[in-house]
Design a protein around this ligand. Structure first.
Ligand code: 6GU
Length: 224
């Protein structure tokens, strides 16, 4: 899969070079690149933002540099993603769908956002999504893109060595994951639940499912 991120802060994507996603980039399972829209400006200050029409706080990303950046990357097989707190919620189902695509382009806004015509323009060129990572606000699309890229990339075959670990995890069956334990069996007066030491796999499976249901009821009643 090819992934591009259009951003005025390309260094914010450096964390993707670590761990399993970093390996996948190294092994060319994923081809990841950033593109700075400042390179598509023509004024000496390389201006990428301006004040909002209609007034209001903050600055808005100008359409021309982002439009040219899109022109340089996108074809009709691309999926263009605008991270935005005003977008649809990005969830595991979205991640699964996007993991099957050939080319993803993340367009990162800073400041108060992006001129909405860029989204309209993008949708004339390829499938376009506005996606939010949750009900809170962060300062720009970069870290939201990193979150989405990690969630998507780990579902690409070969990125995670042990694909079993993808089956038994949170949100796979509409419930959150069961708790995990490792050695020692007793630590600071706290014991690993007896059943996990029993070797009885039917009992262990039953216990884990109950834990999933309890945890989901307690932490995520919205999922029940
Ligand atoms: Cl995608 N961007 C920003 N700036 N804030 C967010 C978000 C995205 N998702 C939730 N909050």
């Amino acid at each position: 899969m090819k992934i591009d991120a259009i951003s005025v802060f390309p260094e914010m994507f450096d964390s993707l070079n670590q761990s399993l996603i970093g390996k996948a980039i190294e092994n060319e399972l994923i081809e990841f690149q950033t593109l700075n829209p400042r390179q598509f400006t023509s004024d000496v200050h390389k201006t990428v933002d301006d004040s909002p029409y209609g007034g209001g706080a903050g600055m808005v990303m100008k359409p021309e540099p982002l439009g040219k950046a899109l022109d340089s990357l996108v074809d009709s097989d691309s999926v263009i993603i605008f991270p935005s707190p005003a977008g649809k919620l990005f969830d595991q189902a979205t991640a699964k769908d996007l993991a099957t695509r050939q080319h993803l382009v993340f367009v990162c806004g800073r400041y108060e956002g992006i001129d909405q015509r860029v989204v309209e323009y993008a949708s004339t060129k390829a499938e376009t999504l506005e996606l939010s990572i949750g009900d809170y606000v962060i300062n720009g699309g970069e870290m939201a893109s990193v979150v989405m890229i990690e969630a998507i990339s780990r579902l690409i075959p070969g990125v995670i060595g042990n694909s079993d670990s993808l089956i038994e995890e949170s949100h796979e069956d509409g419930l959150v994951e069961y708790p995990s334990y490792t050695k020692p069996a007793s630590w600071n007066g706290l014991d690993v639940p007896e059943v996990l030491l029993s070797g009885n796999h039917a009992e262990i499976d039953k216990w884990r499912k109950l834990q999933q249901i309890d945890r989901t009821k307690k932490n995520r009643p919205d999922l029940i």
